[in-house]
Design a protein around this ligand. Sequence first.
Ligand SMILES: Nc1ncnc2c1ncn2[C@@H]1O[C@H](COP(=O)(O)OP(=O)(O)OP(=O)(O)O)[C@@H](O)[C@H]1O
Ligand SMILES: O=C(O)C1=C[C@@H](O)[C@@H](O)[C@H](O)C1
Length: 298
Amino acid sequence: MEAKIAQSIKLSTRIDTVKIVEKPNGFLPVSQRCKEQQRFQTSISTQLPKRTSAHHKPVVFKVSCAYKRFPASVLQSGGFPATLDEALILKDKSQEIGPYLNGRCIYLVGMMGSGKTTVGRILSDILGYSFFDCDVLVEQAVGGISVAEIFNLYGESFFRENESEVLRKLSSMHHLVVSTGGGAVIRPINWKYMRSGISVWLDVPLEALARRIAAVGTDSRPLLHDESGDAYLKTFKRLSVLLKERSGAYANANARVSLEYIAAKLGYMDVNNLTPAVIAIEALEQIGSYLKEDGIAV
Ligand SMILES: Nc1ncnc2c1ncn2[C@@H]1O[C@H](COP(=O)(O)OP(=O)(O)OP(=O)(O)O)[C@@H](O)[C@H]1O
Ligand SMILES: O=C(O)C1=C[C@@H](O)[C@@H](O)[C@H](O)C1
């Protein structure tokens, strides 16, 4: 039974060491280790299927875990649960570099679908920063219409002007994690604004980008949705052209978070197995290295 629980609980790699005893009311006492350390308030509820035969049917467990020092998005980001170990490492790393950041904003750059929003939300929560998405700010500035509609109605250069204006305004602010639009890096003026903070490139291989984007569709991405055919292939093709044009510009970022590098470091064969929390940890590490190289941190 413990093996089944470990399989169905994605929340923590630690929880599989816990002894769980079935109670008549369907609630289970949980993690002794968590309790001992006074770290977690974990509740596990279970819907026990009626036993219709002598065989035990698999039990479906629903786990919710709250830890007062970990904001919700650190533990659960866009459907990717962070392990408690990951949450602790994130906390440690943010405490390590936080004082050296001195409130400077973090600008996440990278291709569409690279995870700027998903990873950005984790970083903002763990650093105690606010999160802003440039695309959303442009949409608001243009009267609440979508990026796709802005492209359609007014064209790309109008969008780019507004994007630069949003970045200009953000550049005078502090304590923000900013998810920039995928194409923000192509205008030199935007780099001037982003230099007010620390820029971080989320470098994701094309295959992974195309896979993520094809999974959710290209309708909201005006630079992708003008071709017909297989979603993965057309996305891959279009992204590869854009990446060729832009990779030099992304490389201007102060720090680079390469998913291929993280996967190699952790011994993973497939970058698709890297969770947003693991990527956020690497982002904090790379920001720390940049601060050290720049003589800001010791
Ligand atoms: N580490 C990951 N593994 C698998 N899927 C991910 C990962 N990070 C993000 N995703 C998924 O990829 C998609 C794009 O992520 P996200 O919106 O964070 O990227 P983005 O860089 O902000 O994209 P855009 O610039 O187009 O807004 C989402 O569906 C998200 O759930
Ligand atoms: O890569 C790009 O050029 C874009 C990415 C999106 O974030 C949006 O900013 C817009 O769709 C353009």
